[in-house]
Design a protein around this ligand. Structure first.
Ligand code: NAD
Length: 487
């Protein structure tokens, strides 16, 4: 043993304690595998728990409360302006994340997962070196390793007029935006994707004038336009401005704000904002892992290449979660973690899910699962599309949330459900049924035959299925010669 270095052995080394990593570690330990979980953070949970999904949903809940109170006048309830105590809001958000992190710590203890705080780098295909400032480094020999090192925000560093402005406290990324150290009077959000719209919703509810610039011709590129429309309409009333087909050309901190120069038809040539949130996507954390010392291959974007077992091109090493490709969603990582733990334990398992649900937690929420209309068009598929408007849902009306729709894509021959999407309040809570439907291969008739509780928003799913069935029946009876399908 070298001075200052401890040598240890484990059956499974998991690099990264986010949702993918801790799920894999816990499942492996439950299956009797000696498991070591390594993360540089003092507490497990990764970006999702500490500066992503969980804190953002806590703040979005706060935003929803503010917005619900503001709009309650439409049914005769009037509240005064909210008094927002940022310190208390932050404390509550931190209590939520700490409670969950301590839960993972105690699960690791009870499952006998050994945890090491430090940064892991592959020395070769069987050894990791783990460094932690002020402590002896660990040389960890492993039989198998799972890389679950996640992703980090893309930056726009080239746009800064002065390089030191990149570190300006006025420039936010998803993590510093969630730290919520202040509510700026004006906030520019660069990027109209998941993070931009969710964080824009939070800051707008807390009192910021929010402007969004999006370089494509619509918010949430890739999501079906009929789902985005109700959200875009709502955001047009809560955000100060949304500039589409617009890019930021330069950014400069001039002391009392950031001056942004825009290029876009409808945008001003330049404007000053108190803060700027950059939310233009994320990149995989695959570059500082010492992968060059292994046989692990990466693609042109830096994602680790994996097969259906999440195995890399180095047989002992697996990769899961954001570092292994799109979509960069925690629940994909968790499923992959579960699968890999079972494979390493010698069980038959495969990451062969038919659909991965996605949710944008805005107001209204947008959620989809399986085939989308956009993908069907791109692939030249002929499929049926049926929609049910929430203006006809009793539950939506009682919630004063009649904006929304439920949409089903189905196979015209077999009526098998190929995709399901919703826009509306709590759409995210409803999409799990779609995921189950897709995995189980259900047909429209199954959705209708399943008793959905009344009055709930979930009823809009069999209602949309019924729209499709009625249409197919009319067609069979010769009353409707042409199925209004998608091509
Ligand atoms: P995103 O890919 O969702 O959106 C980025 C947006 O920025 C896109 O609309 C893109 O067109 C735009 N853009 C890119 N470069 C630009 C530029 N120079 N100027 C203007 N617009 C530009 O990325 P994100 O919002 O940063 O989120 C990253 C990932 O994190 C998501 O893809 C998602 O996988 C995950 N995420 C998920 C959730 C959730 O599940 N609710 C929430 C947050 C983040």
């Amino acid at each position: 043993m070298v001075v200052g270095e401890i040598t240890q052995e484990t059956e499974l080394a998991v690099i990264g304690g986010g949702p993918g990593g801790y799920t894999a570690a816990l499942r492996a330990a439950q299956l009797g595998i000696k498991t070591t979980l390594i993360d540089a953070r003092p507490l497990p949970g990764g970006v999702c728990l500490h500066e992503g999904c969980i804190p953002s949903k806590a703040l979005l809940h706060a935003a929803e409360v503010v917005n619900t109170a503001k709009s309650a006048g439409k049914y005769g309830l009037y509240f005064g302006a909210p008094k927002i105590e940022l310190t208390e809001l932050r404390k509550w958000k931190e209590e939520v994340t700490n409670k969950l992190a301590m839960g993972i710590v105690s699960l690791c203890k009870s499952s006998r997962v050994e945890t090491i705080i430090g940064t892991a780098v592959f020395q070769d295909s069987k050894t990791l070196r783990i460094e932690h400032p002020g402590e002896a480094s660990v040389s960890l020999k492993f039989k198998h390793a799972i890389v679950a090192s996640g992703s980090r925000p893309l930056t726009l560093n080239k746009l800064f007029k002065k390089p030191e402005d990149m570190k300006s406290e006025r420039i936010l990324d998803s993590a510093s935006a969630l730290a919520l150290d202040a509510v700026p009077s004006s906030l520019l959000v660069v990027g109209g994707g998941y993070i931009g719209l969710e964080m824009g919703t939070v800051y707008a509810a807390l009192g910021s004038d929010v402007t969004v610039v999006e370089m494509t011709d619509g918010l949430l590129p890739g999501v079906d336009r009929d789902l985005v429309k109700p959200l875009a309409n709502h955001l047009a009333t809560t955000f100060k401005a949304i500039y589409l087909n617009t890019t930021v050309v330069s950014l400069e901190d001039i002391g009392d704000g950031i001056v942004c120069v825009f290029e876009g038809k409808d945008a001003p040539s330049q404007a000053k904002f108190e803060r700027v949130l950059i939310a233009v996507g994320r990149r995989p954390n695959g570059d500082a892992l010492g992968l060059e010392n292994t046989q692990v291959a990466q693609d042109e974007y830096g994602f680790i290449k994996i097969d259906q077992s999440c195995r890399t091109t180095d047989r002992r090493i697996f990769a899961i979660g954001d570092v292994s490709g799109q979509p960069m969603l925690a629940h994909r990582a968790m499923r992959q973690g579960h699968v890999v733990a079972e494979i390493i334990a010698g069980r038959k398992s495969s990451f062969d899910n038919r659909a991965i649900p996605a949710i944008v937690f805005t107001e209204p929420e947008v959620a989809w699962c399986g085939l989308t209309e956009g993908e069907a068009k791109e692939k030249g598929m002929t499929v049926g599309v049926a929609k049910f408007p929430w203006s006809a849902s009793g539950r939506a009306l009682t919630l004063a949330e009649a904006v929304g729709q439920t949409k089903i894509l189905y196979d015209l021959e077999t009526t098998r459900v190929l995709g399901l999407a919703l826009v509306g309040a709590r759409a995210g809570e409803l999409i799990a049924e779609a995921a189950l439907a897709m995995e189980a291969g259900v047909v429209l008739e199954d959705l209708v035959a399943t008793i959905h509780p009344h009055p709930t928003l979930s009823e809009t799913i069999p209602e949309a299925a019924m729209v499709a069935i009625n249409r197919l029946e009319r067609q069979r009876q010769g009353q409707s010669p042409k199925e209004p399908s998608l091509r």
